[in-house]
Design a protein around this ligand. Structure first.
Ligand SMILES: Cc1cc2nc3c(=O)[nH]c(=O)nc-3n(C[C@H](O)[C@H](O)[C@H](O)COP(=O)(O)OP(=O)(O)OC[C@H]3O[C@@H](n4cnc5c(N)ncnc54)[C@H](O)[C@@H]3O)c2cc1C
Length: 430
């Protein structure tokens, strides 16, 4: 049975979150609007404003909403998470207030799955409580989308790993207590068995910050996506996460959930942009009528809503597959969500900015920050093209070549077969 109705108790939860986000998270966004503000625990005022909100979320049983009960979360299914994340996606601070912010959420998944008891005590526990922040340090200058080109390496001396090389776009490294670093440990192994993931404490000797690139619009070199150099950084053998040579498996384990939760939040972000578009269209008068009365404006609004609802269905379908233990099959659907979220955010946010005119391109609305996000979306966690290719290969595996000289849908042959099938009916009446 297909049913789009929500359980009334769940609907009440959503309503509580909507109100809470509007009353408390939106004001947080307005006050602490730096891109990296939710990760910067050195801002005492922001932390003082944040902690009581997090406590209220905990009281409501909504803290770490993506987590299973064994990690202290409420254990929602992915379809439920879709509705929840949509609301948080309207804001910048929402995920941090509710304890499900990337990349900490994915890094916590790695620690829970591959960490030792000591890692769990030292890093996972405080990470899940948002007492500390973490970083995933994988991308290199010469090899971003193609990890087989990575050169940052770790050698084992019998008791310690010794790391040498560079990484960049390591988000939040300067706020992080620890980094999960992807390094080459087995250069002669088959390509996908060469890498391992290793925990490096942020204060490790030999870890140097070369630069702090930001995204477009941020002041030069004052971002939070660090360019790092590792020079003879020594960490104990135990800091290896998962198996030696199993780095790809570890990295992949954090991406699936992360990508779909991100797609869920993009729905909320686009919905907010669409709301802003509608309000503007109804408020602004030009040449004797409202923008809303102009057909080209109606086309933009109608098209944005249609695209958004299509995208929401795609994400819900993918979430449903997770809830129904179809993780392997869902991979192509996640790729589809990843591609579609970059496209839809690009199109809707561009239209919204355009419709709000000078205000839309200014920093007096949230649209500017959304736009900076759009530019990253199609490329971070693997560029659009790679996910399109993955989806295509998945589809092609389910098809076969044409059985003969002509395609299966070759009409002359279809007609011949149909004539054979209905030969009796086609016989001339006596
Ligand atoms: C704001 C921000 C935050 C980030 N945070 C992190 C982080 O925390 N940790 C981390 O490790 N990394 C992070 N990254 C890096 C991000 O994951 C990489 O930018 C991404 O993997 C792409 O790598 P690249 O930048 O080297 O681009 P490239 O690999 O050079 O790709 C550039 C373009 O080339 C094309 N292309 C590449 N490969 C293919 C292909 N196989 N087929 C067809 N076309 C292709 C695509 O158009 C692609 O967009 C972040 C990046 C940004 C911008």
């Amino acid at each position: 049975m297909i049913d789009f109705k929500l359980d009334p108790a769940f609907e009440r939860k959503l309503e509580w979150i909507r109100n809470f986000v509007r009353d408390y998270v939106d004001p947080l966004d307005a006050l602490f609007d730096n891109y990296s503000a939710p990760y910067d625990h050195s801002d005492a005022a922001a932390v003082a404003a944040l902690r009581p909100l997090q406590a209220e979320v905990r009281r409501q049983g909504l803290w770490g909403m993506h987590l299973p009960p064994e990690l202290g979360g409420p254990g929602f299914g992915q379809v439920e998470l879709c509705f929840l994340n949509e609301i948080l996606g309207r804001t910048h601070w929402g995920p941090t207030v509710f304890g499900c912010q990337a990349p900490d959420s994915g890094n916590a998944e790695i620690l829970a799955r591959f960490g030792t008891d000591e890692h769990k005590e030292r890093y996972l526990k405080p990470l899940l409580e948002n007492e500390i922040v973490s970083c995933f340090s994988m991308t290199e200058v010469e090899g971003g989308s193609d990890p087989t080109q990575f050169t940052c390496k770790a050698e084992f001396d019998g008791t310690h790993w010794i790391i040498n090389g560079e990484k960049w776009f390591s988000s939040n490294a300067r706020f992080a207590e620890f980094l999960i670093v992807m390094v080459v440990t087995d250069p002669d192994a088959p390509i996908y068995d060469r890498m391992s993931t290793i925990i490096v404490p942020r204060d490790a000797l030999g870890l140097e910050f070369i630069a702090e690139p930001g995204v477009a619009g941020e002041p030069y070199d004052e971002g939070s996506h660090a360019h790092l150099r590792y020079t003879n950084v020594r960490v104990p053998a135990d800091n290896l996460l998962g198996e030696r040579g199993g780095g790809f498996k570890v990295a992949q384990s954090r991406l699936g959930g992360g990508r779909i939760h991100h797609a869920m939040r993009v729905i909320g972000m686009c919905e907010r942009a669409l709301d802003m578009m509608c309000e503007r269209a109804l408020s602004r008068h030009t040449k004797g009528e409202r923008l809303a009365d102009k057909q080209l404006v109606q086309v933009d609004i109608g098209q944005s809503w249609i695209e958004l609802e299509q995208f929401r269905l795609l994400v819900l379908r993918t979430a449903w597959m997770f809830d129904n233990h179809m993780e392997t099959e869902a991979r192509a659907w996640i790729a589809a969500c990843k591609v579609a979220c970059a496209k839809i955010a690009h199109d809707i946010i561009f239209r919204a900015m355009h419709m709000l005119g000078s205000l839309g391109v200014s920093n007096y609305t949230p649209l500017g920050r959304m736009w900076a996000n759009v530019l990253v979306m199609g490329m971070a966690d693997g560029p659009t093209e790679i996910h399109q290719m993955y989806a295509a290969r998945h589809l092609l595996r389910r098809h076969k070549p044409a059985p003969g000289r002509f395609p299966t849908d070759y009409i002359p042959e279809l007609r011949r077969q149909a004539q054979e099938k209905f030969a009796k009916a086609l016989e001339p009446a006596e």
